[in-house]
Design a protein around this ligand. Structure first.
Ligand code: T4K
Length: 379
C-alpha cells in the first residue's frame, strides 16, 4: 500500500457543501453563542435520534463534565477502567473518587455481577461506558441504581446511532454524553451532545454550557463555557445528512473483516450479537489477540506498523494504570479488564477505507500468525 493506513480518518463532506454553509455564516456574521446553524443542527439531531431535545456542547469531555456537575455528585462513582482518559479524568477533576468495577468478557462494558459489591453509603453514581458502541447492561444497571438510589451517566462517546429495544441508546440512564470528535463515526470536527429525559437537567445543561447566564442581568450558576460554534455545527449538519450511508458502508467493511479473519486461531472479534431490536454503528473493529495466536498483541501491533498499518491499542493501559494515578488504584482488582487491555487491538475502520485495504490488513495479520515462530525467535 502506498500511503499508511491509519486506525481512523474523518469523513469529509463535499467541500462545496461546506462552502455553502460557510457563506451563510459570513452572511449572518454570527460565529458562536447559539447561532442559527447550531439551532438547526440541534433540531436535526434530536429528530434523527428521536429525542425531544438534546444539548450540543464543544466536545465529549465537556459533555461528561456538565453531566457530572448537573447531577451534583458526591463521594464515590463506580466506573470502568477500560475506557479513554476522559471518563476517569472527569471524575477526578470534579473531586469525585472513581471506584473501578471489572468488565464482562462479552461486551467489555461494566459487569453488573461485580457492581453491587462495590456500592456503599458513599456511592452516588455509576458512570458506565458503551465502549465501541456496545450497549452496557442497561436493565441490570437501572435495577441497581433504583435499588440504591444512584444516578447513572452513560459515556456514549462511541455510541452515536446505536439503538436498543427500539430506542436511542441516549434514552437509558439519567444522562447520556456523546462525543462528535473528528475521529468518531459521526463528527462535527469537535463536539459533544447531552441528553436527559428530566426537564430540570436539560435546563441545567443550557446554563452550564454558557457560564450560568439566564439573561443579560441574571447569572444563576457558576457554569463554564462549552458552546459549540457555527463551523462545528455546519460540519455536523453535513455529516448527519450522510450518516445512514456511512453506517452501512462501515457495516460492509466490518463484514469483510469477519469473513477474512474467521478461522484465524487466536483472533476474537468483539462485537455484540445483532438482535431484532438492536442497531449497531460499527464505530470500531476491536479484536482480541489471544494466546493461541502465537505472538502477543504488541508484537503484532509493531509488525503491522512495518507494513504501513497503524492500529491502536484502544484501551491500553487501563485508566487506573495511568502514570498520573500512580499508587492510587490497583488494576489487579479488575482482572478481566487488565487482561483484555493487554489483548485488545483496534483495527482500521473509516469511511473511504477500501475493501482491498481491509484484505491487505487481514492478509498481514494471517501472515503474522503463519510466521509466528520467526517472531518468537527474534524477541
Ligand atoms: N469518552 C470516551 C469513551 C472517549 O473515547 C472519548 C474520546 C471521550 C469520552 C472524550 O470525547 P472528546 O472530548 O474527544 O470529544 C482519539 C480522539 O481524540 C478521542 O476523541 C477519542 N475518544 C479517542 C478514542 O480517540 P487519540 O489520542 O487516539 O487521537 P489521535 O490524534 O491519535 O487520532 C487517532 C487517529 O486518527 C490517528 O491515526 C490520526 C487520525 N486522525 C485524527 C484526527 C484528529 C486523522 O486522520 N484526522 C484527524 O483530524 O484520541
Amino acid at each position: 500500500m502506498e500511503s499508511p493506513i491509519l486506525v481512523t480518518r474523518p469523513y469529509l463532506p463535499p467541500k462545496e457543501q461546506f462552502d455553502r454553509l460557510t457563506d451563510e455564516i459570513w452572511k449572518n456574521r454570527w460565529l458562536t453563542n447559539n447561532g442559527p446553524l447550531l439551532c438547526r443542527f440541534e433540531k436535526a439531531l434530536s429528530s434523527y435520534l428521536g429525542l425531544p431535545e438534546a444539548a450540543l456542547v464543544t466536545n465529549g469531555h465537556l459533555a461528561l463534565d456538565i453531566a457530572v456537575k448537573s447531577l451534583n455528585l458526591q463521594g464515590e462513582v463506580i466506573t470502568t477502567p477500560f475506557t479513554f482518559a476522559s471518563t476517569t479524568h472527569v471524575l477526578v477533576q470534579n473531586h469525585l473518587t472513581p471506584v473501578f468495577c471489572d468488565i464482562d468478557e462479552e461486551t467489555l462494558t461494566l459487569d453488573p455481577a461485580k457492581l453491587e459489591g462495590l456500592i456503599n453509603e458513599r456511592t452516588s453514581a455509576i458512570l458506565a461506558v458503551h465502549v465501541y458502541g456496545h450497549p452496557c447492561h442497561v436493565e441490570e444497571i437501572d435495577r441497581l441504581a433504583k435499588k440504591y438510589k444512584l444516578k447513572v451517566i452513560y459515556d456514549a462517546a462511541h455510541a452515536f446511532g446505536v439503538q436498543l429495544k427500539g430506542k436511542s441508546i441516549a434514552e437509558f440512564g439519567d444522562v447520556s454524553a456523546f462525543s462528535f470528535h473528528a475521529t468518531k463515526l459521526f463528527h462535527s470536527i469537535e463536539g459533544g451532545l447531552l441528553y436527559a429525559e428530566d426537564l430540570g437537567l436539560r435546563r441545567e445543561f443550557e446554563l452550564q454550557r454558557n457560564f450560568g447566564i439566564e439573561n443579560e442581568i441574571l447569572v444563576s450558576k457558576t457554569g463554564g463555557n462549552a458552546k459549540m460554534n457555527e463551523f462545528q455545527a455546519a460540519m455536523g449538519l453535513l455529516v448527519l445528512d450522510q450518516i445512514d450511508d456511512l453506517i452501512r458502508e462501515r457495516e460492509r467493511l466490518a463484514e469483510r473483516y469477519v469473513r477474512n479473519l474467521t478461522g484465524v486461531p487466536g483472533i476474537r472479534y468483539c462485537r455484540p450479537e445483532a438482535g431484532e431490536d438492536f442497531r449497531f454503528n460499527y464505530a470500531y473493529i476491536p479484536v482480541r489477540i489471544l494466546p493461541e495466536f502465537g505472538i502477543s498483541r504488541d508484537v503484532l501491533y509493531e509488525f503491522l506498523k512495518t507494513k504501513g498499518i497503524y492500529t491502536r491499542r484502544y484501551f491500553y493501559p487501563l485508566t487506573s494504570e495511568f502514570a498520573c494515578y500512580k499508587g492510587r488504584f490497583s488494576s489487579h482488582l479488575t482482572p478481566v479488564a487488565k487482561r483484555v487491555a493487554e489483548e485488545i487491538l483496534a483495527l482500521p475502520i473509516y469511511n473511504g477505507l477500501s475493501a482491498e485495504e481491509v484484505d491487505y490488513i487481514c492478509k498481514n495479520i494471517r501472515q503474522a500468525r503463519r510466521d509466528r515462530s520467526h517472531f518468537i525467535m527474534n524477541v
